[in-house]
Design a protein. Structure first.
Length: 313
């Protein structure tokens, strides 16, 4: 810390990281709901990708919007609740993620992403998120004197699902974009490169139209018909996985999660939660299977390139 205090530029980087994270956290929180928490995805991506020397800045950046929200509602839910809820969840998850990164690493020895570690860390952090929410709710003291809501298993599962599905929506997509960026010349993404990407075209011409039609159908249906439409939304995820490996899962999963969330018409709808459980399962298994698909695709591309160079020679 002594070197930090002597170098204003280092302090500037810490402040920039904290400010950028706080802004992104606030943005993702404003488009989330109880069982689809996008800040969990932002949180996991940062813990995987941001160097550990900046983790303190991440904790500070997350504390800022949370503490502001807690202060605004302290009179309604109690001071003890406000203190507990002001503890940034990312700080509670750092030890677990640090241990997993140290023992398993983000990448395997062959250079492939360690998807098993990512999924395990995501699940552990979703459990931590549920426990933290439960601890805060257990210490609520209603300002109007009414009885505080009880911490129940269904409520804990809703918190767990919200964090888990939120992480599956954003984290793999960010990791996939980072990996594809690293393959670009000069690590620069151009509009031409994006347009000529087969994954981009499949997402635009297969996943987006399919999900848009399903969303339109969902807006006109209810009951079992609506649930059937929701259950069909993971199909583009499977298609993109088979064609592009886990990168396809990441993009398709994000699009399917957004489409499914757009069909939510009431808070904690049991039918909606069931559909999200199915989507979470499909994305999880597709990410694990997609790594094998990506390895096979990479091997086939290498074989084609080798054969082509052999013929040219």
């Amino acid at each position: 810390m002594g070197s930090i205090s002597r170098d204003p530029a280092v302090w500037g980087r810490y402040i920039a990281v904290a400010g950028a994270y706080a802004a992104c956290y606030e943005l993702t929180r404003n488009v989330s709901f109880s069982h689809w928490m996008l800040p969990a995805g932002l949180r996991m991506a940062c813990l995987f990708l941001v160097p550990r020397r900046y983790w303190l800045a991440l904790a500070v950046g997350e504390t800022l919007p949370i503490a502001e929200m807690a202060a605004l509602h302290a009179s309604a839910f109690g001071v003890l609740w406000a203190i507990i809820v002001s503890i940034p969840p990312i700080a509670l998850m750092m030890p677990a993620v640090a241990w997993m990164r140290r023992h398993f690493g983000l990448f395997r020895e062959d250079g492939q992403i360690h998807m098993g570690m990512i999924m395990a860390a995501t699940m552990v952090c979703a459990v931590i998120n549920g426990i933290a929410n439960g601890a805060a709710l257990a210490n609520v003291s209603m300002g109007d004197g009414s009885e505080a809501p009880a911490v129940t298993i269904p409520l804990f599962l809703a918190w767990f699902l919200g964090a888990y599905l939120g992480a599956l929506t954003l984290t793999p997509m960010i990791l996939a974009l980072r990996e594809r960026l690293a393959l670009q010349p000069g690590r620069m993404v151009t509009l031409k490169a994006v347009w000529h990407s087969v994954l981009t075209r499949d997402a635009l011409f297969i996943a987006v139209p399919t999900l848009a039609l399903l969303m339109i159908a969902a807006s006109q249906l209810d009951g079992m018909a609506l649930q059937c439409v929701r259950m069909a939304m993971p199909v583009p995820v499977i298609v993109l996985t088979l064609r592009h490996g886990w990168h396809g899962t990441a993009i398709g999963g994000m699009l399917a999660s957004i489409a499914l969330a757009a069909t939510s018409f009431e808070l904690r709808d049991p039918a909606m939660i069931q559909a999200q459980v199915v989507l979470a399962f499909v994305i999880s298994t597709s990410l694990l299977f997609g790594v094998r698909v990506a390895r096979r695709l990479a091997a086939s591309h290498s074989l084609v390139a080798h054969t082509g160079s052999h013929h040219l020679g």
